[in-house]
Design a protein around this ligand. Sequence first.
Ligand SMILES: C[S@@+](CC[C@H](N)C(=O)[O-])C[C@H]1O[C@@H](n2cnc3c(N)ncnc32)[C@H](O)[C@@H]1O
Length: 296
Amino acid sequence: MRWGAGRLRASRVLIGHSEDNALDEARSLVLHALHLPARLPAPFAQARLLDVEIAAICALIERRIAERVPAAYLIGSAEFAGLRLRSDARALVPRSPIAELIENGFQPWLGRRTVTRVLDLCCGGGSIAIGMAVHRPDWQVDGLDLSADALSLAAENRALHRLESRLRLIQSDLFSALKDEVYELIVSNPPYITDAEYAAMPGEYRHEPKLGLTSGADGCDATLRILRDAPRHLAEQGLLIVEVGEAERALKRLLPDLAMDWIEFSVGQMGVFALEARDLREGHARVVQLCAERAL
Ligand SMILES: C[S@@+](CC[C@H](N)C(=O)[O-])C[C@H]1O[C@@H](n2cnc3c(N)ncnc32)[C@H](O)[C@@H]1O
């Protein structure tokens, strides 16, 4: 693990898709190469490795470095909101800060309002939808994505957590396949990287589906479409939560009067806003105008 962490750091791989430091990432890769579980009894730390095991560890870490494959894809899983999920190149590695909101019940934003139906719009491999369904057994969850690949991974994760009866998966271009569905809570982590940012991103991102990352020249295209179409699917007292990352600044410039509440996480602001349905309806005309200007 010490050797692996040193190699990862010296090779300047991007750490951050699942673990946030090289030592933890080396630890997961080493344990995966040895087919051992993440939590090991202390005596295992004293054990000596066989040559064949050392070779397997070295090969995995060298592949991580040479090909810049995210560790979650090499391992085949990632942790999200306290849950282990399958992860591979069919969808982005789950890493949204929305995990923290799921674990604290979306408080204080949801308050005491009654929630029965929720939507994870752009669900990818299903992390947010599954997190919500597991943490809130009283919620009926829909997970929606355009990508059939991502949805097939989400279906595997749904089966892993035995959520077939409470999590419906839908293939759709944003809201287009939904008819009269109305949700008290819509959560979304849509694509929001600008074309220029994508061109300059580290190699790890090239292994992830581009459809999940880029969203026009300023990263706001998908979010503007969501803001335009959400009112039809949000309950009167509904709440919309959207992650836009670095596109926060561009979005604020486009919609200075929209009452987006930028959420403070334990590590600070992460480009995630909460917006009440009534406030969205109030600022809706400007959103419609922006979408028309962009031919969205
Ligand atoms: C940033 S990823 C988020 C995935 C997952 N929610 C997560 O947090 O890991 C964005 C997702 O949006 C999906 N997507 C992109 N354009 C879409 C569209 N027009 N309609 C529905 N889903 C779309 C991509 O396939 C991708 O899975």
